[in-house]
Design a protein around this ligand. Structure first.
Ligand code: GLY
Length: 426
């Protein structure tokens, strides 16, 4: 198979590594890819927002499957346009991707299908949103979400009324997120431990890929601003087998059935963010793609052929497929440019990378280094992004995996490097 992978982050490096292992693979292209992916694929300068350019590339290069990594092209309907052009694609349609692209859609969908979630209401005007806050959340202890995609910045977890009102003003009055914030969802703050569950879905059937716990805050002890993710551990420590089954039966499967019943069959990776409450798992959010860095944490332990499973999912045959994983645990530490998620200096030369980094085929090495925000300059790899590298350690248990990840992290440096020291500390 000739495969075109869309995306450029650590998640796509982890996907590329798995696709590269498949005996089905003839040639892998990545658009745009990154220097880590370039050791596995031919990186091509294709703009994913130009759907015709992607279609023409796929036709010219006899692409048998397009795999779309990030949410923005999915929500923008790239999968629909590729399918309409007769090109097989792994990733949900624009309609199905609304599960991530519209928080209001996702909440209303769950309400229609009795899927456990917090109480919510949606608003398009400042006055109505403020009145709802005053009546229902006089202490300001509430969650406010921009409806659309906001690059991970559209959720305010508010502790008091000033914060809550400020969030409403920022989204509905100051239009900080443009159209994505033209509607807000106001919902109960629910208590518990967070965990995420990942599924591969073919429109009718779902198979479980694994679970993870993300570390979203920038600094140790879960302090500082929210980020795209500073690290992750898999399996999610708080998600017992019983809770996992509960979430699968009462959330993931009803989502798959409900989307099919409503004429929006879901195909692709489905990421369900859960709050494990006293009364059971509830939905925090859905994402229409794999997590980042959760992909870097979960995929290195995969024994089965990911490309074969993705091709099967496109055909609707996942009912007869399963995915097998190596036992044990994995921990990912994300190395960032200091200052992220705010402004940061970039361009420092990264020392300590090894030629075998990014190659999970090396079974003697319990670590793997995925590139997220790097570039090549004058023969050196430089740190160009906020999130620069995702370093995963694997082991028989979480503590061993954690030690392996941090030992590898300690051998990598650049002038403005920063990372959390307490990922998966337990
Ligand atoms: N790590 C969170 C996300 O991928 O959205």
């Amino acid at each position: 198979m000739n495969v075109l992978l869309i995306g450029s982050g650590g998640r796509e490096h982890a996907l590329a590594d798995q696709i590269d292992r498949s005996p089905l693979l003839s040639k892998l292209y990545a658009a745009p890819g990154n220097p880590g992916i370039a050791s596995l694929a031919e990186c091509v300068d294709l703009d994913a927002t130009d759907h015709n350019a992607v279609i023409n590339f796929a036709k010219d290069h006899d692409i048998n499957l397009v795999v779309i990594g990030p949410e923005a092209p999915l929500v923008a309907g790239l999968a629909d346009d590729l399918s309409d052009a007769g090109i097989a694609v792994f990733g949900p349609s624009g309609a199905a991707a609304q599960l991530e692209g519209s928080k209001d859609f996702a909440r209303a969908f769950c309400a229609r299908h009795n899927i456990p979630q917090p109480k919510f209401a949606s608003f398009e005007t400042v006055d109505a949103a403020r009145a709802h806050l005053t009546t229902h959340y006089p202490d300001g202890y509430v969650v406010i979400k921009a409806d659309g995609l906001a690059a991970g910045k559209g959720v305010v977890v508010s502790d008091d009324m000033d914060q809550a009102m400020e969030a409403i003003t920022m989204m509905l009055e100051d239009n900080r997120f443009g159209d994505a914030g033209a509607r807000v969802v106001i919902e109960d703050r629910i208590e518990g431990t967070e965990a995420s569950l990942f599924a591969m879905v073919d429109g009718e059937n779902a198979i479980m890929i694994g679970s993870a716990q993300d570390h979203k805050r920038a600094y140790d002890n879960d302090e500082g601003p929210n980020t795209g993710g500073m690290g992750a551990v898999s399996p999610a420590p708080a998600l017992s087998d019983a809770l996992c089954q509960d979430a699968w039966d009462n959330i993931v499967l009803p989502v798959v059935r409900g989307m099919a019943a409503e004429g929006m069959p879901y195909r692709g990776f489905l990421y369900t963010g859960l709050m494990l409450t006293k009364t059971g798992p509830q939905v925090i959010e859905f994402n229409c793609r794999f997590g980042d860095p959760e992909a870097e944490t979960i995929l290195p332990r995969l024994k089965s052929d990911l490309l074969s499973a993705m091709a099967t999912a496109v055909e609707g045959g996942l009912g007869h497929t399963d995915l097998r994983f190596h036992d044990g645990a994995a921990v990912t530490v994300v190395m960032v440019n200091g200052g992220y998620p705010g402004a940061y200096d970039k361009g420092g030369v990264i020392n300590g990378l090894m030629p075998e980094d990014g190659d999970a085929h090396d079974s003697t090495d319990p670590t793997i280094v995925y590139h997220a925000g790097t570039a090549e300059k004058d023969g050196a790899i430089i740190a160009t992004g906020g999130r620069v590298l995702a370093v995963t350690g694997m082991g028989a248990d979480q503590a061993t995996a954690r030690q392996a990840a941090y030992d590898r992290v300690a051998r990598i440096s650049w002038p403005n490097v920063f990372y959390r020291k307490d990922i998966a500390k337990g």
